[in-house]
Design a protein around this ligand. Structure first.
Ligand code: ATP
Ligand code: ATP
Ligand code: MG
Ligand code: MG
Ligand code: MG
Ligand code: MG
Ligand code: MG
Length: 257
């Protein structure tokens, strides 16, 4: 197919290679999931099935792209971190974003039935995506901390809002009651009116989801005498823990290493 007279049109394609030796973060977000979550009867404020389905889609991304070393998910969004040294798809932004977004959306539909066995998917969901480069480890960590703080703030607000609405307040009343209030007020409201101890809510709601590879002891075979043979193998794991403090990064040095 080379050297036709039409080949010159290729020169109109501009390079969109991302800056070398920087962390690449690809963040995707569900389009119109306020509606999607209503149409599909997501539990408010947090439907755990939907969050686990998102995590399953993130797993597909880590399995497809070995250079993705970390992911963080909350609500209808997921951030994927590519290693600084990665040269996959020549670091072309449009290639990377479009592959992640389409694999994620396709997996979402493919795995839907496993997470929502009683509800047929009503229409095809789509996700937007963007790629951003972060030039240093501290700035990458600040990016991820920003997302986890956002998870916390939104979850606290939404937990108050939906507790009020589900107990008979109108949406406007609920909004007026919590608008502009501080965290302590919201915690107190949850505790005194609804008997909810915020810190005892499931970590998946409060902390979001972290996905990464970790060396885990796994049974590789069983000897004839029934003794299992274990090896340390790299596994994709999902956890729901703090990523803002140093502890997580110290325990998992290979992620940024
Ligand atoms: P946009 O297209 O601009 O992203 P959006 O409607 O998706 O619009 P977001 O800001 O992304 O708006 O908010 C996501 C919406 O999806 C929120 O309304 C949130 O409550 C809902 N949602 C996402 N995941 C869940 C979940 N697991 N359980 C309940 N609701 C969810
Ligand atoms: P890349 O990821 O680089 O795009 P690729 O394997 O998708 O790799 P393409 O250059 O896009 O390579 O070529 C598409 C391939 O898919 C070809 O091998 C083509 O034969 C096959 N293919 C696509 N559509 C059809 C079709 N309708 N019938 C048969 N084969 C098809
Ligand atoms: Mg959005
Ligand atoms: Mg959205
Ligand atoms: Mg969102
Ligand atoms: Mg092709
Ligand atoms: Mg192709």
């Amino acid at each position: 197919m080379a050297n036709s007279k039409y080949e010159y049109v290729k020169s109109f394609e501009l390079s969109d290679a991302l800056l070398p030796h920087t962390w690449i973060v690809i963040r995707i977000d569900g389009k119109g999931f306020t509606r999607f979550s209503q149409v599909h009867g997501f539990k408010k404020p947090n439907d755990e099935r939907a969050l686990r389905l998102m995590n399953e889609c993130a797993r597909a991304v880590l399995e497809d792209l070995p250079d993705v070393c970390f992911g963080y998910g909350v609500s209808d969004e997921y951030s994927f971190v590519l290693k600084k040294t990665s040269t996959v798809y020549q670091r072309r932004a449009s290639k990377l974003v479009s592959i992640v977004v389409s694999l994620f959306a396709a997996t979402y539909v493919m795995k839907w039935d496993q997470y929502f066995p009683d509800m047929k998917i009503q229409y095809a969901p789509s996700f937007d995506g963007r790629a951003v480069c972060y030039p240093s480890d501290p700035i990458l960590r600040d990016y991820l901390s920003w997302r986890q703080v956002d998870c916390h703030i939104n979850n606290q607000y939404n937990t108050c809002y939906w507790s009020l609405v589900q107990s008979g307040n109108s949406p406007v009343e609920a909004q007026d009651l919590i608008k502009g209030t501080l965290a302590d007020f919201k915690n107190e409201l949850l505790h005194s009116r609804f008997g909810i101890n915020y810190n005892e809510l499931p970590p998946i709601f409060r902390k979001g989801s972290l996905i990464f590879r970790r060396k885990e002891e796994t049974v590789v075979k069983v000897e004839e005498d029934g003794v299992p043979v274990k090896r340390l193998k790299s596994q994709v794991v999902v956890t729901h823990e703090d990523l803002i403090k140093d502890a997580f990064w110290n325990e998992n040095p290979s992620i940024l290493g």
